[in-house]
Design a protein around this ligand. Structure first.
Ligand SMILES: [Zn+2]
Length: 334
């Protein structure tokens, strides 16, 4: 959000995707933007996704493709939210005596509220436009949100650049990439024989039995619950259970604020988290290995229409060929 006064702000959601071999994190970048700020956010999210999004299979690739296309097409602009945002703008302009502007913005809001089928808002807007009617036709605003902008071309240039780069590197890489993928498939057998056997504990580390179903584990802190943000932890790709701790990083010594058990092939949404900085640390209950995610920033802000918040998805993968080394943590950090 910038301080620029614009008649045509929009509430827009872009996505960036970062993968770290064992996790893929999809973060929405959302807010009320003017066109130039929106272009900048889209481009930044897309660059992050191009650089970091792909390195997880399969969700890194799926989410990255979705994010790049979504950002390229100008992000998602929820019609109902934008209809309310613009009708609020129209009222503000009307109270400031800027009647022509109020009528133009009000007409935009009415179009949006029609396509979002929000009838109560339509009634309000029609009566606002009637009150402001001076017999002259409404001087409609030029749409500054047209698809083809400089941000659009920059993102297209990125796609073309990536394709050209891929084609250049393809011939020498083709062989090695097939090799590494077959190595990946055989990997679990060889590691299983080398690794010391991990015996899964019957109890969580506070002595409480793990619940029968995915959910919070008794006897642990359950705090910072006065927020709106959610983190979805997706373990549906895996055939192992996980023991998850959500750590708050906003205190000198990071501490768990939610502790969760998630069964294999299931997912769990940690809800109502206060805005702030967190990371997710987890134990694979099949191998005993410990990991953590990169820091996650949860944001929350008020708009004319309500509270917007972060809705982050964290997808867990099987540990593959040594890649996860950097993200493993010690017992003391869990
Ligand atoms: Zn701006």
């Amino acid at each position: 959000m910038c301080q620029k006064v614009t008649a045509q702000p929009r509430y827009v959601i872009f996505y960036n995707v970062k993968s770290f071999f064992v996790v893929t994190i999809r973060t929405p970048v959302q807010g009320v933007f003017c066109r130039s700020c929106a272009d900048e956010k889209a481009l930044r999210s897309t660059v992050i996704t191009w650089l970091l999004g792909w390195w997880g299979f399969p969700w890194g690739i799926v989410y990255s493709t979705h994010a790049i296309i979504n950002n390229l097409l100008g992000g998602s602009k929820p019609k109902d939210v934008n209809a309310r945002l613009l009708s609020y703008q129209a009222y503000v302009f009307a109270t400031q005596g800027k009647y022509d502007l109020a009528r133009a913005v009000g007409a935009d809001a009415l179009d949006l509220s029609r396509s979002s089928k929000s009838t109560s808002l339509q009634i309000l807007l029609v009566s606002l436009l009637q009150a402001l009617d001076n017999g002259k036709p409404i001087n409609r605003l030029q749409d500054t949100w047209a698809l083809l902008s400089c941000g659009f071309y920059l993102q297209i240039a990125l796609i073309v650049g990536a394709i050209v780069t891929t084609l250049n590197f393809l011939p020498p890489n083709l062989e090695s990439s097939t090799q590494s993928s077959s190595a990946t498939t055989t990997q679990p057998k060889s590691t299983a024989s080398v690794k010391p056997a991990y015996v899964r504990p019957g109890l969580a580390d506070n002595g409480t039995p793990f619940p029968a179903n995915s959910g919070y584990v008794d006897g642990y802190p359950y705090t910072l619950t006065d927020g709106y943000s959610n983190i979805t932890i997706d373990n549906t790709q895996n055939d192992f259970d996980v023991f998850i701790k959500l750590f708050s990083l906003d205190v000198e010594k990071p501490k768990p604020v939610r502790v969760i058990f998630i069964r294999a092939k299931e997912q769990f949404v940690i809800e109502k988290i206060r805005a702030g900085n967190y990371d997710v640390r987890y134990r694979n209950l099949y191998t005993g290995a410990l990991f953590r995610s990169e820091p996650l920033q949860l944001q929350e802000f008020r708009t004319a229409t309500g509270v917007r918040f972060s809705d982050v998805t964290l997808t867990l993968y099987k540990l593959r060929n040594g890649n996860a080394q950097t993200y493993t943590i010690s017992e003391g950090e869990f």
